[in-house]
Design a protein around this ligand. Structure first.
Ligand code: PLP
Length: 402
């Protein structure tokens, strides 16, 4: 295919693509491992990984070779038939979490929609009043009408009212608020172990324990949204493993197929009949191509990667701490776990991000003051050192301005 210049790409985009995204002035045209390249062949160290999607590296040869083989074998049939890859990926998910059943969709939003529908369907079977769903203020669960109602950020909801009714938002880590709103009408609750899109805010262990207790007491389903935190991002297979509880189900997407669209909702075996045949479906969900990539992801994830993430994360946090000591007037706080990290700044994060782009570093600004790092999970000491060099150069520019 003929390559276009950056200007040509931007002009075509501005003419033909719905303007619902604010884009940076960069067009990425290829990637390898932790690095991507733009139309001028400028190299960027990718500390965003497509927002935690290409976690196993861009164009990972093991995953890509499997996908290429699958492309030449079978791309799609239909969920009318059995497919080996879907069944095997379901088995992998059970093996690394708990015995249960998985529904496959094509995105995080769809995974949450499936969970939402199961919760509602089960609740309605139990009693006509059991139809209230809880989630947290500041949460992000997607943008379809159902997932948007779960999302606890008014900036995403404004203008789309009326939203799906009977969804209540609880203050993050506020046990009193949780208790005050929990009763037998609650059919289920959605939690991100660490809220990602609102700036890396973890739930506390006490809060997680109380949620589990109340769900058991009131027969409500506890669903962890692991779309950003799952599959090694926080240093464990799942974010919920940081707490001494197990959810009833969880949702996955993003890196599950390292960039091929996929989403998954996994629920404990005992709830498997709560969404019976004919009540939910997806044409593409779990097709042979995406699930083949998913199987390769599982092999990589379970092949010792968590140890590597632990080492690299320790080194990265140490370097970030040293930067905070060097630039106390710029970096206020460092939050996160594993390789899911936020720098709370006292200067505008978007200005910092622009300088990062100039230095050949991709990361992400959330709101006015948070710089978010979500590097691919395969980074090594080399990338941590390079990141440190680049971010030091960026911050020194702001420091000299006083
Ligand atoms: N849930 C969480 C925690 C997310 O971070 C996201 C996306 O950023 C979603 C849900 C929505 O996923 P998708 O954009 O794949 O629909």
């Amino acid at each position: 295919m003929m390559s276009l210049t950056f200007e040509d790409i931007m002009n075509k985009d501005k003419q033909y693509i719905l303007p619902n995204y604010n884009r940076y002035n960069v067009a990425i045209i290829r990637g390898r491992g932790a690095y991507v390249y733009d139309t001028n062949n400028k190299e960027y160290l990718d500390f965003l990984a497509g927002i935690s999607v290409c976690n196993f590296g861009h164009c990972n040869p093991l995953i890509n070779n499997a996908v290429k083989e699958q492309l030449d074998t079978l791309i799609h049939t239909s969920n009318l038939y059995y497919t080996q890859n879907q069944a095997e990926l379901g088995e992998w998910i059970s093996k690394i979490s708990f015995e249960g059943r998985t529904f496959f969709g094509n995105s995080g939003t769809e995974a949450n929609e499936a969970a939402l529908k199961l919760i509602r369907y089960r609740g309605n079977k139990i009693s006509k009043d059991k139809n209230v769903i809880l989630s947290l203020k500041g949460s992000f669960h997607g943008r379809s009408s159902g997932a948007l109602a779960l999302t606890g950020q008014s900036k995403h909801q404004e203008g789309f009212e009326p939203l799906l009714p009977n969804v209540k938002h609880i203050e993050l880590n506020n046990i009193e608020d949780l208790r005050a709103n929990f009763n037998d009408k609650i059919a289920g609750i959605f939690l991100e172990p660490i809220q990602g899109e609102s700036g890396i805010h973890p739930i506390t262990e006490d809060f997680a324990l109380e949620v589990r207790k109340l769900c058991d007491k009131h027969d409500a389903l506890l669903i962890f949204d692991e779309i950003q935190t799952g599959l090694g991002r926080t240093g464990k297979y799942f974010g919920y493993e940081h707490f001494p509880i197990t959810p009833d189900g969880f949702t996955l997407a993003k890196s599950l197929a390292n960039g091929i669209p996929i989403g998954a909702f996994h629920i404990k075996e005992k709830f498997k009949d709560c969404l019976p045949a004919g009540k939910h479906a997806s044409t593409f969900g779990g097709n042979p191509l995406a699930t083949r990539a998913g199987i390769e992801v599982m092999k990589m994830l379970t092949g010792g990667l968590l140890n590597q993430i632990e080492d690299v994360s320790k080194d990265l946090f140490e370097k970030l701490d040293s930067l905070r000591l060097k630039y106390p007037s710029i970096i206020k706080e460092i939050r996160g776990k594993g390789l899911m990290i936020a720098l709370e700044l006292s200067i505008n994060a978007k200005d910092v991000l622009n300088k990062c782009h100039e230095e050949g570093l991709l990361c992400n600004a959330i709101g006015d003051y948070v710089l978010r790092l979500l590097p691919p999970l395969i980074i090594t000491q080399k990338e941590v050192d390079l990141f440190y060099k680049k971010i030091s150069t960026v911050l020194s520019k702001f420091n000299s301005k006083g």
